[in-house]
Design a protein. Structure first.
Length: 239
């Protein structure tokens, strides 16, 4: 499958058409942004890691009955995916307080919740991805009631599967962001990526951050953290 016309270039990925109108090629870059594009940089090797990690996790989720856009890994940075219409909602699931949750509610990071939380933001760069609730999403016709129910159900199931997987790697899944898409027949599937760019992943014992917060917060050791988390995943799925 060859890359055709470039459809889109985002912050971390490019998307290309293929000869099959139902399939696209996603190409992962090393570019990193934070704070709605205000902070820009490069994380060397990130594209290769995020591509392989996202694909491995989506295949694991597919085995557990979660529908995803993943079709086939084509190369280190390129993956064939089903063409979807992205639902313009970012879904954030949290197991532990961190990031904007800690800031908004004035609590420290690291509080373990009794049950996971879910929140939505409107995927709109110009508006800075504002938070919204289900009623707002319906009013704005971003998704139907049924689609929102499906997205919530899938998101919590994904959380359980990912939490269990990362725990087996000695990693605590703190929070993460998901995006969903509609296939041409309207089926909702998991899309975008699952990677250290979109998840907070802490070493279970030391609580060391093994994700993009190292870049966001200028903590150093960014590349090492991405390599470390990828190594743990590969050890787990390889053996
Ligand atoms: N996240 C993301 N893209 C976004 C916003 C958040 O992938 O545009 C992820 C982020 O990596 C974290 C989780 O969603 O794992 C929760 O992020 P939060 O709302 O705390 O925002 P942040 O502090 O990252 O701005």
């Amino acid at each position: 499958m060859n890359k055709g016309v470039q459809l889109y270039e985002g912050k971390a990925k490019k998307v290309f058409e293929t000869e099959n109108p139902e399939l696209l090629i996603v190409s992962y870059k090393d570019d990193a942004t934070a704070f709605n594009g205000l902070k820009k940089g490069t994380i060397e090797g990130k594209g290769v890691i995020n591509n392989r990690m996202s694909n491995a996790l989506m295949q694991m989720l597919a085995k557990k009955g979660i529908p995803t856009h993943f079709v086939k890994e084509l190369s280190e940075r390129d993956t064939l995916v089903k063409r979807v219409q992205i639902v313009p909602l970012e879904v954030i699931i949290r197991n532990i307080s961190a990031g904007s949750f800690a800031k908004h509610y004035g609590v420290e990071e690291g509080i373990v919740f009794d049950a996971p939380t879910i929140e939505f933001s409107y995927k709109n760069d110009e508006l800075g991805d504002p938070l919204l609730n289900e009623y707002h999403a319906l009013a704005l016709k971003l998704a139907t009631k049924e689609e929102i129910e499906t997205i919530k159900d899938l998101s919590f199931r994904i959380n359980e599967a990912l939490k269990e997987f990362w725990l087996s790697c000695g990693v605590t899944l703190v929070d993460f962001k998901l995006e969903f898409g509609r296939l041409s027949d309207g089926t909702i599937v998991l899309a975008d990526e699952i990677s250290p760019d979109t998840c907070r992943l802490w070493d279970s014992k030391t609580h060391e951050k093994l994700d993009k917060d190292r870049f966001r917060r200028d903590m150093g050791g960014v590349e090492d953290a991405y390599r470390e988390i990828m190594g743990r995943l590969e050890k787990q799925i390889g053996g």
